[in-house]
Write a protein that binds this ligand. Structure first.
Ligand code: GLU
Length: 414
């Protein structure tokens, strides 16, 4: 499952959309490669006194529409092709959301769960030192991603500011509220996904009766989505999973109780009254809505025939491999693509950046209403294109993004 090269998937997606709008060859060639790849090796002193050298990346895909923008991931599976794909998706996502950023991504190959708090801080600071020369609030603005969080962003900004010798909170988004973060940033990806889901079920006539939902992954994004759906009677979450496995219950799962169990034991597995399943089983459950919220390449040509959901909301980046995507479309399964469904995170990152540059602090209700506006109008833009060209939502999102980026590229070449 995991040996699919995610960067090759992006090229396939790009070429398909380029064909539809007859994109010129030069623009297609430029978009097929990152503008700049920074690969670093940097030393970190561990608690034992040993110095270990880590391997990291910052890949800047495109900045025609504004500074490169995208998270930093800490994960043992991080490699060049993954970060290249993630950087490409950020360019597309920011264009679909119509926010003034390009796309970039960073990553360090490490299992952060094996590090102490002090080691994690040293690693975060050392990585920022290694890439400090290529980031900046008007150049490239990192943020959290898988296994990184506001505390890590705070350390990184602090380190960056020491290096440049002045305050520059807008260099990184996703900070804590005490260090220039925005209200609502923590929940933004999930809330944005929920706004899109509410729009989508209306459009595809899925909005009668209670909808059964399975969520794969309970990090910040999956966890908050579980909470939000638990508060809305239209939905019933019947299955969730974390890196150790999953649980299912036809009677539905209570957010507080399940998360309480996870806090106590480290996993949802074993929660009373539920059946234990694997992460793979979760994808194949008989539910209305499937929400992959973990890593890439979960729905592939091996398991696509067994997917029973009628709608897939991609809160993870790249969870559906291209062959599987086509198959889902042919079977009438609606896939709300990552570059639309999970764009709420980077949208509130944009609000945070904007607040930092203007020295403002917005109320949560204003952040949420602006987010809702951006998500709904992006969804409707993508929906209209899918009708106009008779294509699925993913291709429509790419058509919209590539059109907007190529316009900016032509503008900047004048
Ligand atoms: N890591 C998130 C994403 O994949 C957020 C990026 C950001 O806020 O810049 O969209």
């Amino acid at each position: 499952m995991t040996n699919i090269n995610p960067y090759e998937s992006t090229i396939k997606q790009l070429e398909k959309a380029a064909n539809i709008i007859n994109l010129d060859k030069a623009t297609l060639e430029i978009l097929s490669y990152p503008k700049r790849i920074v690969e670093v090796r940097f030393p970190v002193r561990l608690d034992s006194g040993e110095v270990k050298v880590f391997h990291g990346y910052r890949i800047q895909h495109n900045d025609a529409r504004g500074p490169f923008k995208g998270g930093i991931r800490f994960h043992q599976a991080v490699d060049m092709n993954e970060v290249k794909a993630l950087a490409f998706w950020m360019s597309m996502k920011c264009a679909v959301m119509n926010i003034p950023f390009g796309g970039g991504k960073g990553g360090v190959t490490v299992n952060p769960k094996g590090l102490s708090e002090a080691e994690l801080e040293s690693l975060s600071r050392a990585f920022i030192k290694a890439i400090a020369a290529v980031i900046g609030s008007r150049v490239d603005v990192p943020a959290p991603d898988v296994n990184t969080n506001p505390k890590i962003m705070d350390w990184m900004v602090d380190e960056y500011e020491k290096i440049v010798g002045h305050s520059e909170p807008a260099v990184i988004t996703g900070k804590s509220l005490d260090h220039g973060g925005s209200e609502g940033r923590g929940i933004a990806t999930s809330l944005g996904g929920k706004y899109v889901l509410d729009e989508a079920i209306g459009k595809v006539s899925l909005d009668s009766g209670t909808l059964k939902v399975a969520i794969q992954g309970l990090g910040n994004v999956g966890g908050n989505m579980f909470k939000l759906l638990g508060e809305d009677k239209k939905y019933q979450v019947v299955a969730v999973s974390d890196s150790r496995g999953g649980i299912v219950s036809g009677a539905g799962l209570d957010y507080d109780k399940v998360m309480g169990h996870k806090k106590e034991t480290g996993s949802v597995v074993g929660f009373v009254g539920t059946k234990e399943i694997t992460n793979e089983d979760l994808l194949e459950l008989d539910v209305d809505i499937l929400i992959p919220s973990a890593l890439e390449n979960q729905i592939t040509k091996e398991n696509v025939d067994k997917i029973k959901a009628r709608l897939v909301l991609e809160l993870a980046n790249g969870p559906t491999a291209p062959e599987a995507d086509e198959e889902l479309h042919n079977r009438g399964v609606v896939v709300v693509p990552d570059i639309l469904a999970n764009g709420g995170g980077v949208t509130v990152s944009y609000f945070e950046w904007d607040q930092n540059l203007k020295n403002e602090h917005w109320f949560e209700k204003d952040v949420f209403s602006k987010l809702e506006e951006v998500m709904c109008s992006s969804f409707n833009d993508v929906w209209e294109i899918s009708k106009k060209y008779r294509i699925d939502l993913r291709q429509a999102a790419y058509v919209l993004a590539i059109d907007r980026i190529s316009l900016a590229m032509r503008e900047s070449a004048k």
